[in-house]
Every structure is written in structure tokens, then in C-alpha cells.
Design a protein around this ligand. Structure first.
Ligand code: TEU
Length: 543
């Protein structure tokens, strides 16, 4: 039984959450201001994306100092106050550890650039590059003329990959964890942590972009165990972000016996609208693939009691209601259906800021509205490939990471109440309809629905700990599964799209509806009618 399956995590992208200074950028004090809001929602942990010193090429995922706060976000005493204030409300703070790479402005890299061999060995410098590609487009190698060497960067050119083979690097990173742990941090998210162990041999990849050589690399489990156990965080909530991983690997990363991580993020279910696994090639969402992926991952992981982080949104993904739901006529119903799906799966649910009020994609019209380095790189790549501008803008509209990074919509005032200044990234124009203020006291709002989902998790053991049991159905886009815990049994019925569906259920027996997203239910005998994006959860009540 995994204690973190009783918890719900809320992810904050501080830059876009709440600005207390009027400079257009969210800050730590802004998070403190909104703690009561999060307490009201009912979450147990807050994961904050990086606010450490950084040139912000990748919004803080390019860290120049892991133990100092970037001025734009506030000060160390703000962070101390945040930890304390959150603790007062029974909320634990989780930090984001970006340990696969540092910013090229980090003092370690600066020393490496100056030719100090000790620090050159902190990174991956080679005499010759390979043909590996950066995740943000272009080569993964950058030439440094005065050293006559190439360094590896799997992400932006300013994000140099660390050499985890070097025990000094591992020790430095452990010290970062120790520093934050001593401050009262309750958990950690590890950025792309399955990419840290690079192969012995650096060779061209004739079949792909190089990822098969470094994904879940040769020493990754060993390094993770060392990091976690030497810093004594094995009982804390830890989540590893796993890029292009496999079930087998996640069964190890999150196996409690292995003492590596409490859970993993995997992204297979967030590629069901990628054509041939390619992010920048649009395809309609394959709902049946989505449900078969959940069936497979949920079933396999529980075999070894490995837990799972369950989510549809984060700061890298388009908004789920725009992507899998319908952000026009079925906006609130579909947002609630998607929430039901995530909160009833086995694992720890993650809510990304704004998801709880059904925030939608940005719908930007001009390229100069975008800020994300990946989006801007791919804009040029796609244009250079000869795609018409209009098509490229359409692709960005669907796929850009900025879709999730638009400022949090608090109320109907200027800039959605996010800032009194000019927001660093444009506010979604729908803020006058979609905002926190509108939803807080409305019992039928998306916000109230999330609140109810969280409350139910605390009330029913079956939601936190129930075994996941797939439910076979041949009806397309109808996703049904069960959760079973001792004599409690939940049946989760989800209509993933807008066609009406009818389903006949055997042995329904006595039941009560735990939650549903339409006002009424249409259940006659053993037959349930599901309307567009309808979600119903039935709890069997044994005699
Ligand atoms: O993301 C890792 C990652 O591979 C992505 O989800 C990435 O955004 C996607 O491949 C782009 O198509 C993590 C962080 O969550 C992300 O914000 C950072 O940019 C990235 O690592 C580098 O630190």
C-alpha cells in the first residue's frame, strides 16, 4: 500500500501563477498569497517548477545556481516563509531538481570553458560530435573553438549535460538535495532523470536521434539509488520525469523494494495525438489507444506495487480540455470527465495550475506572442521545411508549451488579476469567462468538482488503494475500468468523445453514484446511457 496514493499534488509554474510586484512575472510571495486557495482545493503537496538562479532561456530549467533564488522570483527568506506557511496548512513543498544538465552560466561550466580539466570532466566534452539531435531541434552538440571540443546538450545549447560518471558531480548534486531537505522541503521532482546515464561509447545513431543510447542508460538505476539513499530521501515523495521510457523501466524506478523513486511520470498516453510519435505532426486523438495504454500501464505497475503519477497536464503540455476534451460547447463537462479519469486511476494525481478551472489553450494568432524556446525553434524548422506560415501557426496553436504557461486566471480584472503590470506571456482572452472567482462558490463549477474528487479520495480507500481492473468493451471511445479494495468496488464509466453511447452492464447489483458530471443519471436496469463526455463513478455497496 503506497501512502502517496492518498495524496494529491498541485503543480505551480511560479512565473505564471501570481505576481505581487507588478513586474509581470509571478513570484514566490504570489504563491504564499494563494496558499489558502490551495488549502481550500484540498491538495497535499505543491510541486514548484524551478525558481533558482537562471538566465531563463528555458524558464528556469537552465539552472545557474541550485541553492540560490533568482531575484525575479524573490529571496531565500520568501522561500523559507513559503515552506513554513505551507506547512502550517498541512501542505508539503516539492522542488524540481534539474540534474541532467546545468545552464552554461553555471560556475562549473564557466570553469570548464576556461579549460579547467576538473570541471571539463563535470560535462561531456568530446573531440568529435555524433549525429544526435537536441530535443529542442538541431544538433545535440556545440563546438567550443578555443577548446577544440564539442559539448553535449540534449536540450537547448545553453543546457549542458552533466557527466554523471564523475563521482564529484554526483556528490555535488547530493549536496543540493541535502541543502533543500534541511530547509524542510518534503519531496522532489527530478527532471528528465532517466537521461542522466550516458553510454560508454558515443556513436552515430543510424536509426534515430540518439535517444536509444542514453534513455534509461547503463547506470541509471545505480545512480538514482545512490542519490536517493545517500541523501536519505527514500521515504519522501519523489517523482522522476521519464522521457521515452518503458513500462519495464518504470516498474524498476518505482518499485518500493528498489528504493529509487516513489513514482514516475511517463508520457506515452500524451502521444496518442502524435503522428508516428512526432510532436510537430498533428493527428486526431486516438482514444482507444489512450485507454489501452492506461490499461496496460496500470495493470503492469501494480504487479510489483510500483506507483504511478497520473496526469494529463503540465507546463510542457497543451491544455487537456482543448486537446482531449472540447473547449467550446462541452467545455465544463469534458473538463470534469477528464478529471474523473485521472483521479480514479491508480496512483497519485497531479493537477497543473489552472486545470482545476478548465483553462484552455492560448489560441495565439501571432508568432511574436510565443516565448518558449522549443516553440520558437520549431517555428523556424517547420518554416524552413517549406510549410506555409498559416499551417505552422496552427501546429503551434495545438502543440506549443506556451499553451499551458499563460498566466493563471484569477478574476475578471485587468490581466485576469495575475499582474498589475505587463504579463511576460499574454493572458488568454477567455479570462472573463474562465477564472477562479467565477467558480469558487459555484457548486457546479469545475473547481468544485475537483474539490469533490479530492475529498472522495480521502473518504474511500478504494480510490487511493484499489486494485485496477480493466473492463473489456468493444464500444469505441468508451473507457470503463474498475477499482477494487476489499469489499469496495468502483466502476468508472467514461465517454471519451461526443457521440452518445449505451452500455449494458452485468451484475450491477446495488450501487450508489459517487460522482458524475451531468446533473442527472440515466440508468435503467443494467443499462447506462452516456451522453457526450459523460463520466459516472458507481460504488457497489455489498449487502
Ligand atoms: O522536459 C523534458 C521533456 O523532454 C519534455 O517534456 C519536453 O518539453 C518535450 O520533449 C518537448 O517536446 C523537462 C521539463 O519539464 C521541461 O520544461 C524542460 O524544458 C526540459 O526538461 C529540459 O530541462
Amino acid at each position: 500500500m503506497n501512502k502517496f496514493e492518498e495524496a494529491v499534488v498541485y503543480q505551480i509554474y511560479p512565473k505564471s501563477f501570481f505576481d505581487t510586484t507588478g513586474n509581470g512575472l509571478g513570484d514566490i510571495k504570489g504563491v504564499i498569497t494563494k496558499l489558502d486557495y490551495l488549502k481550500n482545493l484540498g491538495v497535499d503537496y505543491i510541486w514548484l517548477t524551478p525558481f533558482f538562479v537562471s538566465p531563463q532561456r528555458d524558464n528556469g530549467y537552465d539552472v545557474a545556481n541550485y541553492v540560490e533564488i533568482d531575484k525575479m522570483y524573490g529571496t531565500m527568506s520568501d522561500v523559507d516563509a513559503l515552506i513554513h506557511e505551507a506547512d502550517q496548512r498541512g501542505i508539503g513543498i516539492m522542488l524540481d531538481m534539474v540534474f541532467n544538465h546545468t545552464s552554461t552560466e553555471h560556475v562549473w561550466f564557466q570553469k570548464a570553458l576556461a579549460g579547467d580539466p576538473e570541471y571539463m570532466d563535470y560535462y561531456i566534452f568530446k573531440d568529435e560530435p555524433t549525429n544526435w539531435q537536441s530535443k529542442f531541434g538541431g544538433s545535440a552538440w556545440e563546438y567550443v573553438e578555443h577548446l577544440n571540443k564539442w559539448y553535449l546538450h540534449l536540450f537547448d545549447v545553453t543546457q549542458a549535460d552533466l557527466n554523471w560518471n564523475n563521482p564529484n558531480v554526483r556528490e555535488e548534486l547530493k549536496n543540493v538535495i541535502r541543502f533543500w531537505k534541511a530547509k524542510g522541503i518534503k519531496g522532489f521532482r527530478f527532471d528528465v532523470v532517466n537521461l542522466i546515464s550516458k553510454p560508454e561509447l558515443f556513436e552515430d545513431d543510424h536509426e534515430g536521434d540518439g535517444r536509444r543510447f542514453y534513455t534509461d542508460g547503463p547506470h541509471v538505476h545505480e545512480y538514482l539509488k545512490e542519490l536517493v539513499q545517500d541523501t536519505g530521501i527514500e521515504d519522501m515523495i519523489t517523482v522522476g520525469e521519464m522521457s521515452s521510457t518503458s513500462i519495464e523501466q518504470c516498474m524498476r524506478y518505482a518499485n518500493p523494494q528498489e528504493k529509487e523513486l516513489a513514482m514516475c511520470f511517463n508520457f506515452h498516453h500524451l502521444k496518442v495525438d502524435y503522428k508516428n510519435n512526432q510532436k510537430w505532426v498533428l493527428q486526431d486523438c486516438d482514444y482507444d489507444l489512450l485507454k489501452s495504454l492506461f490499461d496496460e500501464w496500470q495493470t503492469r505497475l501494480q504487479e510489483v506495487d510500483s506507483s504511478c503519477a497520473v496526469f494529463l497536464n503540465n507546463h510542457d503540455q497543451p491544455r487537456s480540455v482543448s486537446r482531449f476534451g472540447d473547449d467550446t460547447c462541452n467545455w465544463d463537462i469534458s473538463a470534469k470527465m477528464l478529471a474523473t479519469m485521472i483521479h480514479f486511476l491508480k496512483g497519485t494525481p497531479y493537477i497543473y495550475q489552472g486545470e482545476e478551472i478548465g483553462m484552455t489553450n492560448a489560441h495565439y494568432k501571432e508568432i511574436d506572442q510565443y516565448r518558449d524556446v522549443e516553440s520558437l525553434n520549431y517555428y523556424h524548422i517547420l518554416i524552413d521545411e517549406g510549410k506555409p506560415q498559416e499551417e505552422v501557426m496552427h501546429i503551434l496553436g495545438e502543440r506549443s508549451r506556451d499553451n499551458s504557461r499563460t498566466p493563471m486566471q484569477w478574476d475578471t480584472s485587468l490581466n485576469a488579476g495575475f499582474t498589475s503590470g505587463t504579463p511576460w506571456l499574454g493572458v488568454n482572452t477567455n479570462y472573463t469567462q474562465i477564472n477562479v472567482e467565477n467558480q469558487l462558490d459555484d457548486p457546479n463549477s469545475i473547481f468544485s468538482y475537483y474539490k469533490q474528487l479530492i475529498k472522495l479520495r480521502k473518504q474511500y480507500k478504494v480510490i487511493a488503494h484499489g486494485h485496477y481492473v480493466p473492463y473489456e468493451t468493444s464500444t469505441p471511445s468508451l473507457y470503463i475500468y474498475q477499482r477494487v479494495y476489499q469489499n469496495e468496488k468502483c466502476l468508472v464509466l467514461l465517454n471519451l468523445n461526443k457521440e452518445n453511447k449505451t452500455v449494458s452492464l452485468d451484475n450491477l447489483g446495488d450501487f450508489k453514484a459517487l460522482i458524475h458530471n451531468y446533473e442527472d443519471l440515466i440508468i435503467t436496469d443494467q443499462t447506462v446511457e452516456l451522453r457526450p463526455f459523460e463520466a459516472i463513478v458507481l460504488l457497489s455497496t455489498p449487502a
